[in-house]
Design a binder for this molecule. Structure first.
Ligand code: PSV
Ligand code: MN
Length: 410
């Protein structure tokens, strides 16, 4: 582990280099200090694949413990003060008491995620279901979530649908589209006035013939129908191989309809791997589009940066800290891209030069900068190692081995 002096020496060299490149170091430092990443409650409890659930002895057993683990993640990283909840996995009797408990732990309730996919009644869909009474059931759930937002102070309803069909002729696409809009509108209208609905898409699964919200275009149309406070949520895992996600980011930003992210890493069909573990360059490129937006003084963008990962083979808090560190790294690298020089290279039709500018930033070791900012904030320069040394997992395992569990893997 590097000493404080070693970190300082590496930091000084990096700052000298960045200053020579014309980077506004103070601005970069400030933006990194302001970075916020939300973690998901479901990432702290037991979970699995459709082939099975693997229990971890230290996994959080209930909503309160999931909040505790999120708070520990925040204590170590300093940038993850909010937690997304999934209803009914996180359902409690007293929401005001849960909010107060979160306050005591030093975290807040983030996005509320309605669960419109687990009830047996949803076998043929939820908001698109052919039966009006099942659609009403899904509307009632959206209204329940709007109420939970009101009590917990959440300002985001994050909607993902498992709706789709498995066989040609099973249902009518256009009728399903109209049913979807009607039901989501009821949920949208019920939200607190300052809240946003983020509409997530996924190109397949669990339905395999067609999916009712398969891509960003469909989500965008739904949002345009719902109203100004409906925006698209990009889950980085929900795309076919080879999809250029940074292009989607740019397009939605330009339409003022990008509402947020569910970060994870997709390899084949799995969307639950650690963010940036396999495709750090993609994450960097996504962030360059976001930084360009931040640099625009007329920008109205309000992006919710959320992780959506349920780890099966990694200890959950470790995986969450790792993901956060990878996201910080991508943002830092995107911040040091000299966008003015990039523009010049583009105007000069200098294809190689433009690419080299991107590469130089992506190849820069920004770790000393991130470590220094952590030290300045009173944190350990390496949160993952600090967490491992803390003994939290061993303590949690001893306490949580037994006892009832709630949540999706229960
Ligand atoms: C679906 O794959 C998804 O990405 C949605 O966001 C869900 O709410 C989440 O994962 C948890 O299963
Ligand atoms: Mn998601």
């Amino acid at each position: 582990m590097p000493t404080k002096d070693q970190i300082q020496a590496r930091y000084n060299l990096l700052i000298e280099d960045l200053t020579e490149r014309g980077v506004d170091v103070n601005d970069v430092r400030q933006r990194l200090q302001n970075q916020r990443i939300e973690t998901p409650s479901w990432g702290y409890g037991d979970s699995g694949t459709r082939f099975g659930v693997f229990q971890q002895e230290w996994a959080a057993r209930n909503t309160q413990e999931r909040l505790q683990d999120a708070a520990v993640t925040h204590q170590h990283t300093g940038v993850a003060p909010s937690v997304a909840l999934h209803i009914p996995w996180d359902k409690v009797d007293d929401w005001a008491a849960l909010k107060q408990y979160a306050d005591e732990l030093g975290v807040e309730v983030g996005a509320i995620n309605p669960n419109l996919f687990q009830e047996p009644d949803y076998m043929l869909g939820s908001v698109c279901h052919p039966d009006a009474d099942v659609r009403q059931m899904s509307i009632d759930h959206l209204l329940e979530c709007a109420e939970i937002m009101r009590v917990t102070g959440s300002d985001i309803m994050s909607v993902w649908l498992a709706d789709g069909t498995n066989y040609p002729g099973q249902d009518d696409f256009r009728e399903r589209k109209r049913r979807l809009l009607e039901c989501l509108q009821a949920g949208y209208d019920a939200m607190p006035n300052d809240a946003r609905m983020l509409v997530e898409y996924k190109f397949f699964e669990p339905a395999f013939y067609h999916t009712d919200l398969p891509d960003w275009g469909t989500s965008l149309v739904v949002c345009q129908n719902l109203g100004d406070r409906a925006q698209v949520l990009i889950d980085t895992g929900h795309h076919a191989q080879g999809t250029n996600i940074e292009f989607i980011v740019a397009y939605l930003l330009d339409e003022e309809r990008l509402g947020g992210f569910h970060f994870n890493c997709r390899k084949y069909a799995d969307d639950d791997l650690t963010t940036g573990s396999i495709n750090p360059q993609e994450l960097f490129l996504i962030y360059t589009e976001l930084v360009k937006e931040e640099n625009d003084p007329n920008s109205t963008a309000d992006i919710a940066y959320m992780i959506d990962q349920s780890h099966n083979i990694k200890p959950k808090i470790e995986a969450m800290i790792q993901s956060i560190m990878n996201i910080q790294m991508a943002y830092a690298r995107a911040l040091i891209v000299p966008y003015d020089q990039l523009k010049e290279a583009q105007s000069a039709k200098d294809v190689v030069g433009a690419e080299m500018i991107m590469q130089q930033a992506n190849n820069t070791d920004v770790e000393p900068l991130l470590q220094t900012l952590r030290v300045e904030a009173g944190l350990d320069p390496n949160p993952l190692e600090a967490f491992r040394r803390s003994g939290y997992l061993e303590k949690a395992a001893a306490e949580r081995r037994e006892g009832p569990r709630t949540g999706w893997g229960a």
